[in-house]
Write a protein that binds this ligand. Structure first.
Ligand code: COI
Length: 363
């Protein structure tokens, strides 16, 4: 990969002298453990973003006083690039991801970034690290853009300096279950987000706060927590690593975006497809009691999650206050399967992209 030249980019590129790609077992990829040769970086200081740079992925120096270490002022995105053929890679809905990235920045008092630099950074990184894009079914190059407060500052206020980086990682399935049904539990003890808080931003701290409840759920034998609203502990919100959908009769019900739920890009895609296929689609508040009622009346046909990392993930069991909803625990439901096939079909270029969701990159 030495002496790689990338044309038509205003981004300065410092290529690696030796690739680390031989360290990767592409037949046994786990999620987020291996990182491609190059990374993007841009620094905000003195009221403006500086020059964009692509350089080798490597450790970097910060001081112990770096603001993000103390106050968690940081946002991120999760996106994927898919190997379509030997000449083409697809990025899924980068425009929508970038809008959400900027929305998260605004909420967290972080300066916004422009789309042109974002897309140019992605294209350049992907061309440089094209050999890192896995080819096997179910794999992708996960893209993690993030921005953190990088001032040396112990005062509890917004930083004046920020570091924007993009790293990429060849990944397999997010859950150990793969595309098999996962199990969820509610918790009476904790909440994920409150209205007016940071729940609809992809803010680093939202995730840190969910680790203890997730650890407890895991110890009790569940894959993840199904979060209920913080005020009444009644309405279903999301899973933290994915949004949630319910097929009740012939209606697809998804919790409305009330301000404490992350507006998922895959969620948006699932809802668009369901509408296109003529299903009734309702984005509304849905209580856990209504869900159990639908289950007891045999109206609850399927439950599944959606997310960039999780793609479409069937849910086989929901536990709430000693009671269980048990759906098919051995295989995905028909509708979840249909969504999975269509979305991954569009992502890998096997199905027609009628919505224009895919950004193609020639490699
Ligand atoms: C994603 O789906 O990309 C996420 O960001 C979820 C998780 C890996 C934190």
């Amino acid at each position: 990969m030495m002496n790689e030249t990338i044309e038509n980019t205003r981004i300065t590129v410092q290529p690696v002298t030796k690739s680390r790609i031989n360290e990767v077992d592409f037949d046994n990829l786990v999620f987020g453990r291996k990182f491609s040769d190059h990374m993007f970086e841009m620094v905000y200081a003195d009221g403006k973003w500086g020059e964009p740079l692509i350089k080798p992925y490597e450790p970097f120096q910060i001081t112990p006083a770096t603001n993000v270490l103390h106050y968690g002022q940081a946002v991120f995105e999760g996106m994927k690039a898919f190997y379509a053929d030997e000449n083409t890679v697809h990025i899924f809905r980068p425009d929508v991801h970038h809008q959400r990235f900027n929305n998260s920045c605004r909420r967290m008092c972080i300066p916004e970034t422009d789309f042109e630099t974002f897309i140019e950074a992605l294209e350049t990184l992907i061309k440089l690290d094209r050999k890192w894009i896995p080819k096997k079914a179910g794999t992708a190059l996960y893209i993690r853009p993030f921005i953190f407060a990088s001032d040396d500052l112990l005062a509890a206020r917004s930083s004046d300096k920020f570091t924007y980086q993009i790293i990429t990682s060849p990944v397999g399935a997010y859950y150990a279950e793969g595309f098999n049904p996962v199990s969820l539990t509610t918790t009476d003890e904790y909440v994920r987000a409150v209205e007016g808080g940071t729940g609809e931003a992809k803010a680093a701290g939202n995730y840190a706060g969910s680790f203890l409840p997730a650890k407890k759920a895991k110890a009790d034998g569940y894959t993840q927590v199904l979060w209920l609203d913080a005020k009444e502990h009644k309405y279903i919100e999301e899973v933290g690593t994915m949004n949630i959908h319910f097929l009740i009769g012939d209606t697809l019900v998804s919790p409305a975006l009330t301000g404490s739920i992350l507006p998922g890009v895959t969620r948006r895609s699932v809802l668009a497809l369901a509408k296109e296929w003529g299903l009734n689609v309702e984005e509304r508040r849905i209580s856990i009691d209504e869900l159990f009622e639908a289950y007891e009346n045999r109206d609850l046909k399927e439950v599944f999650g959606s997310g960039t990392a999780a793609v479409v993930s069937p849910v086989g069991l929901i536990h709430h206050q000693g009671k269980n909803i048990e759906l098919d625990r051995d295989k995905p439901g028909e509708f979840a399967q249909k969504c999975f096939d269509e979305i991954t079909g569009i992502q890998y270029g096997r199905r027609e992209d009628t919505f224009g969701w895919v950004h193609k990159i020639g490699i």
